[in-house]
Design a protein around this ligand. Structure first.
Ligand code: NAP
Length: 488
């Protein structure tokens, strides 16, 4: 299984840090240590708090390679000498050098000290991922042929680049010792799923976005094996999504194997190919890919086709199948907010829908069946018109001219992204007065109270945000993802 390596920028309290991170190994970046610390490196400083020696990587990275060696005038000769003297102490598991700058004297010192050599290609621009996979594979193989562990650490800036990394992992499946690491939001999958990428370990820092606590507690990183079922959320952006917390929490509570990870994406086709390589079998889809995801699927449930937008993809024998759990999640949350059990309560009621995107379509399709009177307002009039033509109802734009259409609204459903963080100061319908409305349901859940909800509450109108809908649609997904799954 892939291991967790804690990068140390200081040796102060190293034992405690290693223990709290539950790290399997450590990397000492000597270039980041103070002068005093550089003098005082000893085997004792690299033991966990309970006295166990931790396997450690020695690295001294130059400024040209993204490190700090040279910022205080340190020379290459001094770096080589420091490598040699530290290696002579004999307590390093590995020494890490740039592939393009690997001094022979350090390689010889490592051999003498029985220390393995890692030869790294660090690329913070990600340009290397635009090369053909076979060239990258040949490079990794030539490093391996030198008897070293090849390490590729590069910034991933698109779904295509993550796909290249996944294809490379597949091409190098038989290479037992390697490190393939994608940095940045698009590379997250290569870190959490290091085991599936065939990487010996991943690097983490206590103050990093993917810190040891998150990796161990949220993603159960150290339990991921080749056979662990993997599910994912895709969209752009997804950094603040609550879905990984919900799904991983449910997996843990149900005692089921599996891990649910975020994969930022800008290309659904490339993303699905990556999922196939990694064996991902269930996918939650969010903004802006709900319509594109339907186009890329092999089959779709009839409701998803009618809505024209999907939020759930399941990988079966015959490819990817699209579903929409937003529609049911929305209706369940709406009835709960209205404190009624049956959807026919809505028969004849006037319902204002703000927005005509994917989420609005899911809401409108489940509302249309209830016999309610729909008013659909959207920034782009044509989309409101198209929707109203399919489900019935009147339509207009978000401008004050639509005010007469909104009179006597009994239930308002806000489905645009206006008012969502970070632009939480905006209101999609500032001219509308909600007085007399029974419920304003804003499907945004971040922030917990939007401007529209705040002014509706001030007008004594009941309000509800989108959190319950999120949980309900996710619970339906969870059932589909884990169908047939066996408890641990
Ligand atoms: P979408 O398909 O991209 O649709 C976006 C909608 O917002 C469209 O109606 C769009 O109008 C409108 N819009 C965007 N920017 C606007 C602006 N500046 N001014 C006026 N209107 C604007 O996205 P979606 O999937 O429907 O999601 C929309 C929102 O619902 C997001 O905030 C999402 O997080 C939330 N959501 C919540 C849940 C939940 O479970 N609670 C589920 C799904 C979605 P145009 O047609 O004119 O572009």
């Amino acid at each position: 299984m892939s291991r967790l390596c804690l990068s140390l920028e200081s040796l102060k309290g190293a034992g405690r840090k290693l223990e709290s991170a539950a790290a399997d190994l450590a990397e000492v970046r000597v270039d980041l240590l103070s002068c005093e610390e550089r003098q005082a490196i000893s085997p004792e400083s690299l033991k966990s708090a309970d006295g166990k020696a931790i396997p450690t990587i020695l690295a001294i990275r130059r400024t040209e390679d993204g490190g700090h060696w040279g910022t205080d005038g340190e020379t290459e000769t001094e770096r080589v000498e420091l490598f040699q003297s530290l290696l002579a102490s004999g307590h390093w598991g590995w020494v890490d050098m740039e592939y393009h700058r690997r001094p022979q004297r350090v390689i010889e010192a490592a051999a003498k000290a029985d220390t393995k050599v890692i030869l790294s290609i660090n690329d913070s621009s990600g340009a290397s991922l635009n090369q053909p996979v076979r060239e990258l594979a040949a490079l990794m193989q030539s490093i391996h042929a030198e008897g070293a562990i090849p390490k590729l650490a590069l910034r991933c800036e698109s779904s295509r680049q993550l796909l290249t990394l996944a294809r490379l992992a597949l091409a190098l499946e038989d290479m037992p010792e390697k490190l393939l690491i994608g940095l940045g939001e698009y590379g997250t999958a290569s870190v959490i799923l290091a085991e599936k990428f065939g990487s010996l370990w991943i690097y983490t820092a206590l103050n990093g976005k993917l810190n040891p606590q998150k990796l161990n507690e949220l993603y159960r990183f150290q339990e991921i094996s080749q056979s662990t079922p993997i599910y994912a959320l895709t969209g752009n952006p997804i950094t603040h999504s609550r879905s990984p917390g919900l799904h991983n929490g449910w997996l843990r509570t149900a005692g089921l194997p599996g891990c649910y990870i975020p994969i930022q994406s800008d290309d659904v086709g490339a993303l699905l190919e990556t999922c196939d390589i990694l064996g991902i079998t269930g996918l939650s889809v969010t903004v802006p890919h709900k319509e594109a995801a339907l186009r890329h699927c092999d089959t779709a449930e009839p409701l998803a086709r009618r809505i024209g937008a999907v939020n759930t993809l399941i990988r079966g024998e015959e490819g990817w199948r699209a579903h929409n759990t937003d529609a049911r999640g929305f209706m369940e949350a709406l009835l709960e907010a209205l404190e009624v059990n049956r959807a026919d309560y809505l028969n004849g009621k006037k319902v204002l829908i703000i927005g005509a995107g994917g989420a609005a379509k899911a809401a409108v399709y489940s509302l249309a069946k209830t016999g309610c009177r729909l008013v659909i307002l959207n920034r782009t009039l044509e989309k409101a018109e198209a929707m109203a033509k399919v489900v019935g109802g009147v339509y207009g734009t978000l401008s004050p001219e639509s005010e007469p259409l909104c009179r006597d609204t009994e239930i308002a459903v806000q489905t645009t992204s206006v008012g969502m963080a970070p632009n939480s100061g905006s209101d999609p319908l500032p001219w509308w007065n909600p007085v007399g409305c029974r419920l304003v349901f804003d499907i945004i859940y971040n922030p917990a109270e939007t401007v529209l909800m705040r002014r509706s509450s001030a007008a004594r109108v009941k309000t509800v945000n989108g959190y319950t809908m999120l949980v309900k649609q996710a619970a339906l997904q969870f059932k589909m993802f884990t169908k047939g799954s066996r408890r641990l």
